[in-house]
Design a protein around this ligand. Structure first.
Ligand code: ZN
Length: 282
């Protein structure tokens, strides 16, 4: 188990940690001194052999007294990925083994909550069975941000077709607004910009708050530099605004941050520092 908030358990379900893009491409705003700052502040997010960003791909399993909820479904097996070879047509048991280690079988999941509808957050939504995509979690309701659904259904890209549409066809999807609450313990935090409907997810219990970032930020370096956008943030200005607000709230309330793509252990808090924030890893 990763951590416990009273009688709510949070487990990390890790799929992979691989190099992904050079830092200067990942954060085009970093400027000439940015790489040095990254080397100094978050050396563990830089691959020693390739120099690329090391990007964990992970979901978080939340067990509350009411529900078993999977937040984000990683890349999945057999999925088509045109831009990253390591993500294309994977065949790997680590994600499902992680669920088993948490004492959970696919049929035990009550909800799958996708922070947004990108390939590395929706993959295990479905699996290939006799040449057809079927929901991996047969008894789950899948919660998708409505604004992301509107955006990606109009594009009809391959990720939407492989990992989202089959869930809708199976009548297991719920499209929700950005302030949705899921049971008594989880609430969505609107953080648009990376995608139009992007949400972070707060888990609250026993006087504590843990918040899963999704892709409102990708690295602890963005605590110091909230203005650094990821190269593929859909609306960069909005993404930066959402990121700063997310950090301000996390700082003020002393939220525990679970960084979806942060180097392991991927959790910590933030403190105010020089007009931005310092990352205090647990
Ligand atoms: Zn991501």
């Amino acid at each position: 188990m990763l951590l416990r908030l009273g009688d709510v358990e949070i487990w990390r379900i890790l799929e992979s940690v691989d190099p992904f893009m050079a830092p200067q491409d990942f954060f085009p705003d970093m400027g000439p001194d940015g790489l040095e700052l990254m080397r100094r502040e978050v050396p563990r997010q830089l691959c020693q052999t390739t120099g690329k960003m090391l990007l964990p791909i992970q979901g978080f399993l939340v067990k509350t007294p009411q529900h078993v909820i999977l937040i984000d479904a990683c890349i999945g097996n057999d999925k088509t990925c045109e831009f990253e070879e390591l993500w294309h047509k994977r065949s790997d048991g680590r994600f499902l083994a992680g669920l088993r280690a948490a004492g959970v079988a696919p049929e035990d999941i009550d909800y799958v909550m996708c922070t947004h509808l990108h390939i590395d957050h929706v993959g295990w939504n479905t699996r290939l069975e006799d040449g057809r995509w079927v929901p991996t979690f047969p008894n789950a309701r899948y919660i998708f941000p409505a604004a992301d659904h509107e955006h990606f259904s109009s594009e009809l890209g391959v990720t939407y077709q492989e990992s989202v549409l089959p869930v809708i066809a199976a009548n297991q999807a719920e499209l929700v607004g950005p302030d949705h609450k899921l049971g008594d313990y989880l609430s969505l935090i609107p953080t648009p910009g990376h995608t139009p409907g992007h949400v972070a997810v707060e888990v609250t219990n026993a006087g504590k708050v843990a918040v899963v970032t999704g892709d409102v930020m990708h690295s602890p370096i963005q605590c110091l530099k909230p203005e650094w956008n990821f190269a593929y943030d859909n609306e960069p200005d909005l993404a930066a605004k959402s990121r700063r607000k997310f950090l301000e709230v996390a700082c003020e309330r002393q939220n525990l941050i679970l960084g979806s793509h942060f180097p392991l252990p991927s959790h910590g808090k933030v403190a105010a520092k020089s007009g931005a924030f310092a990352w205090l890893e647990d």
